[in-house]
Ligand binder design. Structure first.
Ligand SMILES: NC(=O)c1ccc[n+]([C@@H]2O[C@H](COP(=O)([O-])OP(=O)(O)OC[C@H]3O[C@@H](n4cnc5c(N)ncnc54)[C@H](O)[C@@H]3O)[C@@H](O)[C@H]2O)c1
Length: 360
């Protein structure tokens, strides 16, 4: 019988869970906080050390170090009899029970900066306090751009700015549904706006039309559609004056299919596609590029509630074909590509950045 692999912080969560020693240790840790190993399914391909950043301190680097030490010492927790007795040796090829083809452990994706890609450029990023907006604002700033970072949360913006010492970041607390605040954002940017990343957005409560309330419809449309439209409307004249500019709106898988959310969110993200295509068509000849990104499941702070049993049942059923969730930085890579001059020949597209979900 071969000796099981020595686990490290660079091994994936899947590898840990399948390991004859690592698996019981992780399951025991989860059980102590009342959690099921299924909570890790969407992130199973990530290196276990990535949990430190993703959990925002709840899972610390010391905890990773302790896990590695416990696994090395072969410390299988008492009573961990439910661990798979003959877990496959997790070398490079291991298959879980449901897989029909062997799954090869993938190398981890690492964000690589394109130094100076945004040098001399001013980019407005909404939703910059969290998730995809924060990752995008961060990438633009680290690639030399001047960022106008917009969010409703002062605390989140302060935290973002404090992580980017030396970068050119102007934070602005603003609700994108408020016309006066939108005017403030554009004034703060000045007469050169190279890019607008419209990322702020909210989810709905998964209700189908028969159970939809006016309040949910209005709230979701006001942020996702009105807010997106207001910022576009405000920056377009500034961009036209210089004959150049790139706008990236945030759609969703829910802009491509009916099975990813409730009716309000789904309709709102379809509307974002309409805003994108119309504007791309109208102003393409004047030098503007307007595109949308359609993220699949992404690990962020967005809140989705399930107010409808029918909605919950139908959406969860459809989620069976969902690929693994992505990190916000992976979405920032797609968004900054469209924002930057690398997207020079791309106008009016809806770029699915979803690990292939839309191909299913
Ligand atoms: N996370 C996903 O799985 C996913 C999937 C598809 C699409 N999206 C879209 O990506 C975008 C970003 O979402 P996220 O997942 O990063 O969410 P998030 O909640 O982590 O971040 C959104 C940020 O937007 C801010 N915000 C909300 N309303 C605002 C307003 N009216 N004015 C200004 N700021 C406001 C919030 O304070 C928050 O900091 C949204 O448009 C969302 O619909 C997310």
């Amino acid at each position: 019988m071969s000796t099981p692999k020595t686990l490290t912080g660079d091994d994936s969560i899947k590898t840990w869970l399948e390991h004859p020693v690592g698996g019981p240790i992780i399951r025991d840790l989860l059980a102590q906080s009342g959690q099921d190993p299924d909570v890790l399914r969407p992130v199973q391909r990530l290196a276990i050390k990535r949990l430190v950043k993703l959990s925002k301190g709840q899972f610390s680097q010391e905890m990773v170090d302790q896990l590695v030490a416990r696994a090395a010492a072969g410390e299988v927790p008492v009573g961990a009899a439910d661990a798979p007795a003959a877990a496959p040796e997790p070398t490079t090829e291991s298959a879980d029970a449901g897989d029909t083809v062997p799954v090869v452990e993938r190398p981890e994706w690492v964000e690589r900066l394109d130094q100076g890609r945004f040098a001399g450029k001013t980019v407005i990023v909404t939703g910059a306090g969290s998730g995809i907006g924060r990752a995008t604002a961060s990438r633009v700033a680290r690639e030399g751009g001047r960022v106008i970072a917009v969010d409703v949360s002062q605390e989140r913006l302060d935290d973002f700015a404090s992580e980017h010492d030396g970068a050119e970041i102007l934070t602005l607390v603003a609700d994108i549904t408020d016309d006066a605040k939108v005017a403030e954002i554009v004034a703060a940017a000045g007469d050169r706006i190279d890019g607008l990343a419209n990322i702020a957005g909210i989810m709905d409560d998964m209700t189908p039309i028969g159970e939809l309330t006016d309040a949910v419809w209005k709230r979701v449309f006001s942020v996702n559609v009105d807010g997106t439209m207001k910022l576009m409307r405000a920056v377009v004249p500034v961009m036209l004056a210089r004959g150049t500019g790139s706008i990236v709106n945030t759609a969703s898988e829910a802009a491509l299919r009916g099975s990813a959310a409730g009716v309000a969110y789904t309709a709102s993200k379809h509307a974002v596609v309409g805003l994108t295509k119309s504007t791309a068509f109208m102003y393409g000849p004047s030098g503007l590029r307007v595109n949308a990104v359609a993220p699949g499941a992404t690990i962020t702070n967005i809140e989705a509630t399930f107010a409808s049993p029918l909605g919950a049942q139908r959406v969860r059923q459809a989620m069976a074909i969902l690929p693994d969730a992505a990190e916000a930085e992976a979405l920032a890579a797609s968004i900054t590509f469209l924002l930057s001059d690398d997207g020079v020949n791309i106008n009016g597209v809806v770029l699915a950045s979803d690990g292939g979900w839309s191909a299913a």
